[in-house]
Design a protein around this ligand. Structure first.
Ligand SMILES: *Cc1c(COP(=O)(O)O)cnc(C)c1O
Length: 472
């Protein structure tokens, strides 16, 4: 054994203790640390010929990289939809790495239980089966892959076996799809141009059901299409009307994929669960775990009501794997073969906090969105662009001139805001208006954090948006 490796083996317990203390120091300061640190590229170092051993490597990491590690899992990172890690999920995640196994029987059992727990949390019928993937992008990819297989099946073709060659382009209809839907269409050979944007309801991001129906009436009966619904749009947290989509499904043939990456968590609260009504009509559903469930990256779930088709797409037959064809093997249901024990952190957090714990987090974050949007509405310097239905507040800066703020002004404002080290928000464009989003999805966030963010927003506005700086 290489001498540094055998030394580390002998010192393993001490090294783990050191790592533990190092992690602990990070966690203990996470609420005070900057939620966002941008850095330029650091000088490259070549691979050493002789290794330096684990302890010196920790010191090297601490010296070179640690100063740039941001506390995006802390309570005042409101960009994108990020979330943090609950204590129990982090414990489970440590063990996932410690145990380091793939496709073991106990891993499958825990994964199954975690997924079924999630199915209960999201109030899905038992006809839905779920599997862990790396993130909502892969969940969307997997759902659309099964949709593609279903469309082939309607024409008597297995796309998994024969490819797409004998089909006409498959149509995808959606009002406000997440960017990862387009990415998935590219990866699946379905083509981004085959997504047709359906009109939204005026003043909303939700799909106009009448406009969708008009398109469905025109579709070729021999080759149905895919409808991608949003349960929680990234800009404003708006929801398509799933019950109305379900009604359309009784009249027209299409696959319904619901992207509920973070919006699915509306199901956790009786205050918000009405948004999720009709979810039973979905053929496939995306849920992210590393966002509002607050487990470490990378974890999401794809639920489908079509496990046999899912297996046709992802089946991995290989003699050396010696799998029993009558047994459902998880590697036959998702893109990955070898996979980490992602179910464990999820199982830990669900067991530790239960339905009540998640209801509390979701409702608290919902109230944060209400709190910030109320402040914005009352203030002459900011303008709320949409009601905060769930956990996202979409707003913009008011100008001293009649002109619309530009994307550059938003960007510069947000850079100033981030440089305070107190809060982080991200930019967007809402219906043509350059805008700012604040998304609340972290279990640590409290009212005081929202207040602090609001005060920082006002300070930065007053410092940067002087009449001359805006009108130039
Ligand atoms: C975040 C998000 C995704 C993509 O999720 P990743 O976990 O980043 O792959 C897809 N859809 C929606 C609605 C999202 O919010």
């Amino acid at each position: 054994m290489y001498h540094k490796l055998s030394q580390d083996k002998a010192d393993f317990a001490t090294l783990l203790d050191q790592t533990h203390l190092y992690n602990q120091a990070f966690i203990q300061q996470i609420e005070q640390q900057s939620p966002h640190i941008a850095t330029n590229e650091l000088p490259y170092q070549s691979i050493p010929s002789e290794g330096i051993g684990a302890q010196a490597t920790l010191a090297a990491f601490d010296d070179r990289f640690r100063p740039y590690v941001q506390a995006s899992g802390g309570p005042r990172y409101f960009g994108f939809v990020i979330g943090g890690s609950t204590p129990a999920s982090l414990m489970g995640d440590f063990m996932t790495s410690t145990f380091d196994q793939t496709n073991s029987s106990i891993q499958d059992i825990v994964e199954k239980e975690a997924v079924q727990n999630l199915r209960e949390l999201f109030q899905l019928p038992t006809s839905f089966q779920g599997n862990f993937v790396t993130g909502a992008t892969m969940a969307n990819f997997s759902g659309l892959a099964v949709a593609r297989q279903w469309i082939g099946q309607q024409a008597g073709i297995s796309i998994a076996e024969e490819g797409l060659g004998s089909l006409k382009p498959i149509k995808i209809l959606s009002a406000k799809p997440h960017s990862s839907i387009y990415k998935s269409l590219a990866m699946l050979g379905l083509g981004k141009h085959n997504l047709e944007k359906v009109a939204s309801i005026a003043g909303r991001e939700a799909i106009d059901i009448k406009a969708l129906e008009a398109l469905l009436q025109k579709q070729d009966a021999s080759q149905p299409c895919i409808v991608v619904a949003s349960a929680g749009t990234v800009n404003t947290g708006d929801f398509d009307n799933l019950t109305a989509l379900g009604r359309l499904k009784k009249q027209y043939k299409f696959w319904l994929h619901v992207d509920g990456a973070f919006g699915g968590f509306a199901a956790c609260s009786p205050l918000l669960a009405h948004y999720w009504q009709g979810i039973e009509y979905a053929d496939s559903i995306t849920i992210d775990a590393h966002k509002w469930l607050n487990v470490p990256y990378d974890a999401a779930v794809i639920f489908t009501q079509h496990q046999a088709l899912q297996r046709e797409v992802f089946s991995n037959n290989a003699v050396y794997l010696d799998t029993d064809p009558s047994q459902i093997n998880f590697m036959d249901l998702t893109p990955e073969n070898s996979r980490r024990w992602r179910g464990l952190p999820v199982w830990f957090t669900l067991k530790a906090y239960g339905k009540k714990g998640y209801q509390e987090i979701v409702e608290r974050n919902y109230h944060h969105a209400q709190q910030l949007s109320a402040k914005i509405q009352e203030d002459h310097r900011f303008e709320l662009l949409a009601p905060a239905r769930l956990n996202v507040v979409c707003f913009t800066l008011k100008n001293h001139t009649a002109e619309l703020v530009t994307q550059e002004q938003i960007k510069s404002f947000l850079n100033h805001l981030a440089s305070t080290g107190e809060v982080f928000l991200s930019p967007t464009v809402y219906e043509g208006t350059p805008a700012i989003r604040a998304a609340f999805s972290n279990w640590r966030t409290q009212e005081a954090d929202v207040q602090q963010a609001w005060e920082t927003l006002q300070t930065i506005y007053d410092q940067t948006q002087t009449p001359s700086s805006v009108s130039q």
